[in-house]
Design a protein around this ligand. Structure first.
Ligand code: CA
Length: 234
């Protein structure tokens, strides 16, 4: 994606830019809200995402966002904010921001938000994930697992699809249940505390129904780990 980053903290801006570029994004950076507006509204600009700080010289993040919306720009906007008060958040969303991230944040969290905003783009095609014997096309929901016995195809949908995609994006890592919950569930919609465990159980059952041993290990009191090797396979 082509991303505009408007952030006046140079150190943070540099880190964000590096991390996004590492993911294959093209990032233009400026430190001033007015300059951000010039870039955003420029004739040649075709940004697919804007990340803007709240407090900026020139124009504030919400002002810049409001101006972009008034001009008919409908790109996703992620606001970075050191403020945590509810009223401020409402102001940011009222200004037309799609999401906000409170400082300080982990780069992993930023990347997760960027991916989520990317998925909302109508022309965005989710990449096929290939890890070990697993090949997963989130677009069609088809999970293919190759073993010496052949290829098994398993259709996934809804939360099981999202969960499998998240595991395939983080093979071998111990992922706390709380992180899965934050990433995949709207906390206001699903206040059930064991929703992650229940969904993991359903996914395991689905894989077992197709003759597969579960690649998802429960690591007691730490979370879940997805194994990209099939047991007994080289
Ligand atoms: Ca600032």
């Amino acid at each position: 994606m082509r991303i505009l980053l408007v952030e006046d903290e140079q150190e943070l801006a540099g880190a964000v830019q590096t991390v996004l570029q590492h993911q294959g994004h093209v990032v233009d950076h400026c430190s001033d809200g007015l300059e951000g507006w010039t870039l955003l509204s420029g004739e040649l600009a075709s940004y697919e995402l804007a990340i803007m700080d709240w407090m900026l010289p020139g124009l504030s993040g919400p002002e810049l966002c409001r101006r972009a919306r008034a001009a008919g720009l409908d790109l996703p906007v992620l606001l970075l904010t050191a403020r945590a008060e509810t009223a401020d958040r409402v102001e940011g969303l009222d200004a037309g921001a799609d999401d906000y991230l409170s400082k300080p944040f982990a780069m992993e969290e930023l990347l997760a938000r960027v991916r989520a905003l990317q998925r909302r783009q109508p022309r965005y095609r989710e990449p096929v994930l290939e890890v070990g014997p697993y090949r997963f096309d989130p677009q069609s929901g088809q999970l293919q697992v190759s073993s010496s016995d052949g290829v098994v195809t398993i259709p996934l949908a809804g939360k099981e699809l999202q969960l499998m995609a998240y595991f395939l994006e983080h093979p071998g890592q111990i992922i706390p249940g709380s992180r899965l919950r934050n990433q995949l569930w709207d906390l206001h919609q699903d206040p059930v505390s064991n929703v992650v465990a229940a969904q993991v159980r359903l996914l395991r059952r689905k894989l077992a129904g197709h003759g597969l041993d579960s690649p998802i290990e429960t690591v007691p009191s730490r979370g879940y780990r997805f194994h990209a090797q099939l047991p007994g396979e080289p």
